[in-house]
Design a protein. Structure first.
Length: 215
């Protein structure tokens, strides 16, 4: 069993060098799918769009077993998928059943507390994830809103170029995804964006007055 940190760029490079593999991009969406994959799947029906590109697509159903054979794939890509899944343990078990290895990409707790619009419906984010480097475990807990969110999805994608380690978890696994639940975080008082703005400008104003006084 292998579970370790990796990077999207490294995994993409490795897949391009191993084109003989059967690769599934699960939760592919239509705009951000991995071109390195040769099979695609999503809750939404993109069969026509992928068919027009001569790419194989399978629509999956919520809360049902995945429509694939045991170990049908050499590698499965889960990019920003697990945080949405209510029945997490059952879903991960299905991933282990259908694939020998894969890549998991997740938002960090910080990322999830900055971006708005990702948890406003029943398919929004349900979980926080951390990687335990000592025990090689992927830890999950119920998502908690600590900050009032003020960054768009588009903005966070731009930030990720510079702050990738702070905003993304990127994991490679073989055989089994060592998943463990940790105690949920408790936070008494949510931090609101306007209060941060007020404190920021208050600090700036005090510094300005101090400089004027000393000049």
């Amino acid at each position: 069993m292998i579970l370790k940190r990796t990077s999207r760029d490294y995994q993409k490079k490795w897949l391009r060098e191993n084109k003989n593999l059967k690769i599934l991009d699960l939760g592919c969406s239509l705009n951000n799918y991995w071109s390195e994959a040769n099979h695609f799947a999503d809750l939404s029906d993109f069969s026509q769009e992928f068919g027009n590109l001569n790419l194989k697509f399978t629509q999956i159903k919520r809360n049902q077993k995945l429509p694939f054979k045991d170990k049908e794939f050499d590698y499965v890509i889960l990019s920003h998928v697990l945080e949405h899944v209510p029945n997490l343990l059952e879903f991960v078990s299905e991933i282990e059943r259908i694939s020998k290895a894969g890549y998991i990409e997740l938002p960090t707790k910080l990322n999830d507390n900055l971006v708005f619009g990702c948890d406003e419906d029943d398919v929004g984010h349900k979980w926080w994830f951390e990687f335990d480097d000592v025990n090689n475990q992927l830890l999950y807990s119920e998502k908690v809103d600590v900050l009032e969110k003020f960054v768009t999805v588009g903005q966070i994608w731009k930030f990720q170029k510079f702050f990738e380690d702070s905003l993304l978890l990127q994991i490679y696994w073989e055989e089994k995804i060592n998943l463990a639940r940790r105690q949920s975080f408790k936070f008494d008082k949510k931090i609101y964006f306007l209060s941060l703005v007020r404190k920021y400008f208050s600090k700036k104003f005090r510094n300005f007055l101090s400089r004027k006084k000393n000049s």
